[in-house]
Design a binder for this molecule. Structure first.
Ligand code: AVJ
Ligand code: FE
Length: 366
């Protein structure tokens, strides 16, 4: 890779950081430090964690430098510190937090000047700039987590237009029985859980061309007593959303958002359908409409593909494999487009609704 792609990485890192800081620009330190929910970190933790992850990989690992502060790594370790405990940690706050973020960035860019990142480099962390792509993806992914929290604020003014758009297609798509390629190829950035690419045999199935709408979900609630999504409230005869402290009528033609896996599964059964498996989802994705509005729950638990190898660290994917988590596919309006490849796998506990999650139904083909 040439000097110009180092310039491109520098520019993309700067863009990602502008977007991160743009999300919290209007907030004061008290709001950054406040714990709004036991299942989400205070925003100051996300900010410090983004910078600490950058320090760990780009400065300590790649640059072989000592940590700026030996203790910090512990407080920002997501596995050591469950989200509900993060408000009490002695994390960086206020001006100290901002200067740490800037210091790390300065060091990371100085290291970037000294490394080789071409496609023929031996170190897999540097080959094709893997570690820089990982850093970018990580920061962009944390922006979505921050947005989950920002929806809980009383008076958050979105710094750019946010939210879903209505779907235009309708009906179901038929996917023929056959062999389908699943997962990421060996080239280009992808997380370890997307590899290795492998072939699967699928039976014929049908899948909805659009995610379930607010209107359809409201009907399910009225007819069969289904539970309301997070942020829904009743005002007169109408359902309103109360995210970001504002009451807004729920547009019937927008995708329903903030449903749990249990709600998604119950809706699909009520509709005489089922959730797709994640393999079906990926096989159909090339032809799906309205992907990228809401994360789409699948019936699959989060498991390793055969031949999986943890890289570059076990705590991204491997420690979450098992039956506890369900896979979501596609991406939401809050997901940066560069994060959500067709093979990208997201996961959460089946009862969780703070994520921008929705429903797309499937069924066995007749
Ligand atoms: C892929 C969204 C489940 O937030 O736990 C961020 C992403 N991993 N930092 C998470 C992640 C490490 C991850 N999810
Ligand atoms: Fe993280």
């Amino acid at each position: 890779m040439t000097a110009s792609s180092k310039a491109a990485i520098t520019a993309r890192l700067a863009d990602a950081r502008r977007r991160t800081l743009g999300l919290v620009e209007q907030l004061d330190d008290e709001q950054l430090n406040r714990v709004y929910s036991p299942i989400l970190s205070p925003l100051a933790w996300d900010l410090g964690h983004i910078a600490n992850f950058e320090e760990l990989w780009l400065v300590q690992t790649i640059g072989e430098q000592e940590p700026l502060d030996g203790e910090l790594g512990h407080f920002y370790d997501a596995i050591e510190n469950p989200r509900r405990t993060r408000g009490e940690l002695p994390i960086l706050r206020d001006a100290e937090l901002r200067s740490y973020m800037a210091d790390v960035r300065e060091r990371a860019l100085a290291v970037l000047e000294t490394v080789e990142i071409g496609s023929d480099v031996e170190d897999p962390l540097l080959r094709e700039g893997f570690v820089y792509e990982m850093l970018l993806a990580h920061e962009l992914q944390h922006q979505e987590t921050m947005l989950q929290l920002l929806e809980m604020l009383d008076d958050y003014e979105a710094p750019w237009p946010m939210g879903t758009v209505p779907a235009t297609a309708s009906g179901m798509l038929r996917i023929e029985a056959g062999a389908y390629e699943i997962g990421a190829t060996d080239n280009g950035f992808a997380y370890d859980n997307e590899r290795p690419r492998h072939e699967v045999e699928l039976a014929a199935f049908e899948i909805d061309r659009t995610p379930v709408s607010n209107g359809a979900y409201a009907e399910f609630m009225e007819v069969s007593g289904g539970e309301a999504p997070m942020y829904w409230g009743r005002e007169g005869g109408e359902w309103v959303s109360t995210a970001m402290g504002r009451r807004q009528p729920l547009a019937p033609d927008h995708p329903v958002t903030h449903v749990s896996w249990d709600q998604a599964d119950a809706y699909a059964s009520w509709a005489g359908k089922r959730l797709p498996t994640e393999l079906e989802w990926e096989a159909a994705a090339e032809r799906l409409d309205s992907v990228g509005q809401v994360w789409e729950w699948t019936s699959s638990t989060f498991r390793a593909y055969d031949g999986f190898r943890a890289f570059p660290y076990r705590e991204y994917s491997e420690v979450f494999f098992g039956d506890a988590y369900r896979v979501l596919r596609g991406g939401s309006w809050a997901t940066h487009p560069s994060v959500a490849r067709r093979s990208f796998r997201n996961w959460d506990l089946p009862e969780r609704r703070q994520i921008f999650s929705g429903i797309r139904c499937a069924r066995d083909a007749a």
